[in-house]
Design a protein around this ligand. Structure first.
Ligand SMILES: Nc1ncnc2c1ncn2[C@@H]1O[C@H](COP(=O)(O)OP(=O)(O)OP(=O)(O)O)[C@@H](O)[C@H]1O
Ligand SMILES: [Mg+2]
Length: 207
């Protein structure tokens, strides 16, 4: 099912610098003459964008299981409608969050278990796995400071307590330890240009 395109996902907690890196990486890949596109999760296609609004709405009560299912539904549509067609025609996709976000946030953060959430997501994505995942690691205070400096009010997930984010971080670390070839940890505390250079060297073998 996979064509010649490559799927690179960017992961990390809120405010880690994912969107900044994803944007820079897209520019670099395009400058190298590659047909590349940037998509975000959950979203990128109409159904998924609407599900994103629902799941982030602080006015709604959403249980952990419902949350995991909504993210999985948004992801299933993104895979079918956007990712697979692009990868099949040879487009490189830089994706701002993917399955690992659910493993970390719903599996570890909500304590549903990384394994159950992984099974749910294997169903949702038809087991589509990224060629490379760049995990931005920054201290909690730095991530919080960056996220709040943006000025937007915190969404439903951003309102969670410290213990939740500590579990999310540990979830990401477990994933990185389990799959060191796919998942590359990047020190996200450095200047954006340095983070980008490190990211490029971590995808160089795919080029
Ligand atoms: N390496 C960096 N050094 C300093 N500031 C940064 C760095 N990367 C990003 N920032 C700034 O931090 C803020 C958050 O960055 P960004 O939006 O890229 O994070 P994010 O991980 O996408 O957050 P979210 O999960 O909430 O979407 C932005 O104001 C951005 O300009
Ligand atoms: Mg972002």
């Amino acid at each position: 099912m996979r064509g010649r395109g490559r799927l690179i996902t960017i992961e990390g907690v809120d405010g880690a610098g994912k969107t900044t890196l994803a944007t820079g990486l897209l520019r670099e890949l395009t400058e190298r003459g590659l047909d590349a596109e940037l998509l975000r999760e959950p979203g990128g296609v109409e159904l998924s964008e609407r599900l994103r609004e629902l799941v982030k709405d602080p006015r709604l009560t959403v249980g952990g299981r419902a949350e995991a299912l909504i993210y999985a539904a948004a992801r299933a549509q993104l895979v079918e409608q956007a990712l697979v067609p692009r990868l099949e025609r040879g487009t490189w996709v830089v994706l701002d969050r993917f399955v690992d976000s659910s493993l970390a946030y719903q599996g570890a953060g909500r304590e549903l278990g990384i394994r159950s959430v992984s099974e749910l997501n294997a169903f949702a994505t038809g087991s589509l796995t990224p060629d490379r995942t760049l995990l931005l690691v920054v201290p909690e205070v730095v991530a919080k400071g960056r996220a709040s400096a943006r000025g937007a009010p915190p969404d439903r997930l951003e309102r969670e307590d410290e213990a939740f984010f500590a579990r999310v971080r540990e979830g990401y670390e477990r994933i990185a330890r389990a799959e060191p070839e796919r998942v590359r940890r990047l020190d996200g505390e450095r200047a954006p240009a340095e983070v980008l250079a490190d990211a490029l060297s971590n995808v160089a073998d795919l080029l």
